[in-house]
Design a binder for this molecule. Structure first.
Ligand code: FAD
Length: 380
């Protein structure tokens, strides 16, 4: 039987996130959008009440929630500010390689520190390689009991505030996908340098920088899994991070819909509220259809990794749909607001700017379609 009802615990977690989003994030969202500052204080408070690093199991001091709870939280955080929500989600993202492939020793070394407040960043993309993951140039060479990492990473969320980085690098470039490995690099390691900060269109509360690794020596134990496991780690992480990021898009779209309902009720044209014009009420009805449909896809894709089922296609479908959906809904919200929608005094222009990135990061919407088509045409 398909059951869409949430447990009491899930409802409580969602309520906690909703209250946090309304009281701690929403009042500061505009400020962070304007100043492009990192929301340190929000991170501190989120850590305190258990809304950060929700995927770390209780045995390492974490809250040990599942992906379903993570997407419930992310929708609420995204409703208030998707830049803040994306930054917080990147902590979960950079925990996944450790959780999926770290040895017990590595888990015991890193996870308790993360629970205490360490921040992570996920360093896969490079200046010359985003969609084409196999095109990365970063290398990791064995040197006795160390690896030496050299290379540059591009568009790294949380890069300038992170305490550790999950860095993807080739241990054997000739082996292509099979020669990529994943390493944990601590911020303090000699040769780690934060580069240029991007001046972004949206999600400006999140920090996006280039990172440079110059002859960085790290302990051999910081290799996650075996040499050559990197590509498979990245793909297994995508199965989890795509639903999580798509939930933030659902939150942004739901907010745009709610703002549209409020405005269309208050604003009058031709002697009656805007919503009494069918052209407007249908636009808002379409928002509701899209938000609901995206949420269901996100929930389904969030439940799949825990069952062990193959779910790359379902994660890609949820991500592609949510990314297209949030752009359409936020663009229509600006339309509902008319000229005021285009003004920074009203909330919807920020939502529209914030929405664009969902079709780019965590794999572009074209790449999601490449994955979906590959699965549809895979010989059986
Ligand atoms: C704000 C922000 C935050 C980010 N955070 C992170 C992060 O934390 N960690 C990280 O590793 N990366 C991060 N990224 C990088 C992001 O994942 C990449 O930008 C993305 O994967 C696209 O890569 P690219 O920019 O190199 O574009 P390209 O790969 O050069 O693509 C350019 C265009 O070509 C299209 N294209 C490429 N190949 C194909 C194909 N085979 N078929 C059809 N179309 C194709 C793409 O869809 C896109 O439209 C972030 C990016 C941004 C902007």
């Amino acid at each position: 039987m398909v059951d869409f009802s949430l447990t009491e615990e899930q409802k409580e977690i969602r309520e906690l996130a909703k209250k946090f989003a309304q009281t701690e994030i929403l009042p500061l969202a505009r400020k962070f959008d304007e100043t492009h500052e990192f929301p340190h204080e929000i991170f501190r408070k989120a850590l305190e009440i258990g809304l950060l690093n929700v995927n770390i199991p209780a045995e390492y001091g974490g809250t040990g929630l599942g992906l379903m709870e993570e997407v419930l939280i992310n929708e609420e955080l995204g409703w208030a500010c998707s830049g803040v929500a994306a930054s917080m989600e990147v902590n979960n993202l950079s925990n996944w390689p450790i959780l999926l492939s770290g040895s017990e020793e590595t888990k015991k070394k890193f996870l308790p520190k993360i629970v205490e407040g360490w921040r992570g960043a996920y360093a896969l993309s490079e200046p010359e390689a985003g969609s084409d993951v196999a095109g990365i140039q970063t290398t990791a060479k064995r040197d006795g009991d160390s690896y030496v990492i050299n290379g540059s990473k591009q568009f790294i969320t949380n890069g300038s505030v992170a305490d550790f980085y999950c860095v993807f690098a080739y241990t054997d470039k000739a082996a292509r996908y099979g020669g990529m490995s994943c390493f944990l690099v601590e911020r303090g390691a000699k040769g780690v340098r934060v580069g240029k900060k991007e001046d972004k269109m949206g999600q400006r509360a999140s920090d996006t920088v280039s990172m440079h690794f110059e002859d960085v020596h790290i302990p051999r134990a910081n290799l996650l899994g075996k040499e050559g496991d990197g590509f498979s780690i990245a793909m297994r992480v995508f199965d989890r991070s795509r639903p999580a990021i798509s939930a933030i898009a659902v939150g942004v779209a739901r907010r745009a819909m709610e703002e549209s309902i409020k405005y269309a009720t208050e604003r009058k044209a031709f002697g009656k509220p805007l919503y009494e014009q069918q052209g407007i009420s249908f636009m808002i009805a379409d928002m509701a259809i899209n938000v609901e449909a995206a949420r269901l896809l996100v929930w389904r894709s969030a439940l799949m990794p825990e069952t062990g089922e193959k779910c790359a296609k379902e994660a890609a479908i949820a991500k592609a749909f949510a990314a297209d959906m949030v752009m359409k809904v936020t663009t229509d919200a600006v339309q509902v607001f008319g000229g005021y929608g285009y003004s920074r005094e009203y909330p919807v222009e920020k939502l529209m700017r914030d929405a664009k990135i969902f079709a780019i990061y965590e794999g572009t919407s074209q790449i999601q379609r490449v994955i979906i088509a590959r699965e549809l045409f895979r010989p059986r």
